[in-house]
Design a protein around this ligand. Structure first.
Ligand SMILES: [Zn+2]
Length: 231
């Protein structure tokens, strides 16, 4: 049976979430979540998102939708404020699959160059999980704070569309690992049947090592295989 993943998208509509440096958290959350969904669906995972556009999306509704969907895993996509630096992923104080999911997501997000503040738990005054999304959902659930919107350096990890997509793909990879689904690399578009026995490649030129590395990074973000060589 196909695996199911619920994707909560933090804030939206009249609630923009964290606002700083020309960004609204609600928009960043949506762009990252949409890329994550696309990647999960490419691997045959059934998904449900709490919202797919900019609209009001109260947490109580999110939790209801999630439990009605009865997913194998649930993630809630957010971005942070408060001037820190790096991703942090909250999971239940009960550990288990949610904790593994948090760590798998962090492993993948570090590969795109983001720092990590670690997998964390947070308790409320009654000693239960602080976050409703983690406490009130039935599936193993995590709340992801990808980057700090109000940190000029940290926001640079997701300040372009391509980087928001890369973040969503990295989160999807962590989810797939947790589900035991092997990641399939995206094939370069335009790849066709090899009919003449020759192999072809596109080359991008850059003068400096840094320029070439930047190009390779952009190609990888766009889903192509790329490497840097010198001559
Ligand atoms: Zn938030």
């Amino acid at each position: 049976m196909a695996k199911k993943v619920f994707i909560g998208v933090g804030h939206g509509g009249s609630d923009p979430g964290a606002v700083a440096n020309g960004f609204e958290e609600a928009d960043l959350n949506l762009a990252i979540a949409l890329a994550c969904r696309e990647e999960l669906e490419r691997h045959g995972v059934l998904t449900l998102m709490s919202r797919t556009k900019d609209e009001n999306d109260p947490l109580t509704e999110e939790i209801k939708e999630c439990n009605a969907f009865a997913p194998d895993l649930a993630i809630d996509v957010h971005n942070n404020a408060g001037g820190g630096d790096g991703i942090e992923v909250f999971h239940s104080i009960n550990g288990g699959i949610g904790k593994a999911l948090a760590n798998n997501i962090i492993t993948e997000v570090k590969k795109i160059g983001q720092n990590s503040r670690g997998a964390k738990t947070r308790k409320n005054s009654s000693g239960k999980d602080y976050f409703g999304f983690i406490r009130q959902t039935n599936a193993p659930a995590v709340l992801i704070e990808c980057a700090f919107v109000d940190n000029k350096t940290d926001i640079q990890i997701i300040d372009t569309k391509a980087e928001q997509k890369a973040m969503g793909v990295a989160i999807a990879k962590g989810v797939l690992t947790t589900l035991g689904i092997a990641y399939k690399a995206q094939e370069a578009t335009g790849k066709a049947e090899n009919t003449d026995g020759k192999y072809y490649r596109a080359q991008a030129f850059a003068g400096s090592k840094e320029g070439a590395e930047e190009m390779a990074k952009k190609l990888k973000e766009a889903g192509f295989d790329a490497f840097v060589s010198h001559y």
